[in-house]
Design a protein around this ligand. Structure first.
Ligand code: DAK
Length: 260
């Protein structure tokens, strides 16, 4: 499969994947998801001599400003739940990838963008990075693991606050809370991620892979919060407020929610 949106560059075993939709602030449309699936599910695992992967966004403004709101139209309970499960499965591929995957967060990481960054093993934030889960502004909830992963990084109380208020936080706050591993000057995110990968590449590769597996197993409880998240996401897709939220965004006006 040819890649039309992802720019993929392999430099001495470090692959940098750039989501290249700068005009749409790198929003995740269906094609971007398909290409991420193709790379993390099929092409990436076959690469020989791979040390690590860096995921970043094109331009200086955004890592990824969310799922593509312009593709929300026409979703119903079934299709939204299916899409949520598909997105979760792709982000699971990233979370369980056999070599380190680092998000180089160069600007807005909102909604699905914050979820993508959280699916990576670490996050290096540029000083202009902004993180947030603004889904409730649109009448929905995070559909790609955000309700589950944010708690893992910053704890229940703060996660609840960010998810319920839709507030954005800057790089320093994300670092203080444990969401960002490092904060670096703008433009240095990829370089710092490379430095971390080079350090990890000096360690035993199988131990690295097993460490990733073990850390991830800790978070697989007996309950399936992701399935519940997908189910609830499907339910919300049929609400009037969801349609109004997306429409208001496109029309650049404040949404008029009715609780329906
Ligand atoms: N989707 C599509 N286009 C987007 C976008 C997005 N998420 N974010 C920005 N853009 C586009 C804008 O529409 C604009 O395009 P034009 O109008 O010029 O054609 C261009 O990018 C530049 O954006 P702005 O003009 O708005 O730039 P500003 O600097 O004024 O503002 C901003 C930057 C990041 C604050 C603002 O763009 C913004 O608030 N963006 C939306 C943030 C957001 O709400 N993101 C979505 C969160 S919800 C699902 C599962 C999960 C999800 C969805 C579905 N299923 C299972 C179905 C997840 C949902 C989310 O991610």
């Amino acid at each position: 499969m040819a890649y039309g949106i992802l720019k993929i560059k392999n430099t001495k075993g470090i692959v940098t994947i750039t989501i290249n939709r700068e005009k749409a602030l790198n929003a995740l449309n269906r094609q971007t998801f398909d290409e991420l699936n193709q790379w993390f599910g099929t092409d990436g695992p076959k690469k020989k001599g791979l040390k690590g992967v860096i995921v970043t966004g094109a331009g200086e403004k955004a890592f990824v400003a969310g799922a593509d709101i312009k593709e929300f139209d026409g979703l119903n309970e079934k299709s939204a739940e299916a899409l949520s499960l598909k997105g979760q499965a792709i982000f699971d591929l990233i979370e369980n990838f056999h070599v380190p995957v680092i998000a180089a967060v160069n600007g807005f990481a909102l909604g699905g963008g914050c979820e993508l960054a959280m699916a990576c093993h670490m996050r290096v934030a540029g000083e202009k990075a902004r993180f947030g889960q603004p889904e409730v502004n649109l009448g929905i909830i995070p559909g790609y693991g955000g309700t589950q992963r944010l708690i893992q990084y910053i704890g229940k109380g703060k996660a609840m606050e960010l998810l319920l208020t839709a507030d954005m936080i800057g790089a320093e706050e994300a670092h203080r809370l444990g969401l960002a591993n490092h904060v670096v000057p703008a433009g240095k995110e990829v370089a710092k991620a490379k430095e971390i990968i080079e350090k990890i590449a000096t360690k035993a590769p199988i131990a690295i892979t097993k460490t990733i597996e073990c850390v991830n197993v800790f978070f697989k409880g007996n309950y399936d919060g992701f399935a519940i998240e997908a189910e609830e996401f499907g339910t919300l897709a049929e609400t009037e407020d969801f349609k109004e939220g997306a429409k208001a965004f496109v029309e650049r006006r404040k949404a008029n929610f009715k609780g329906k």
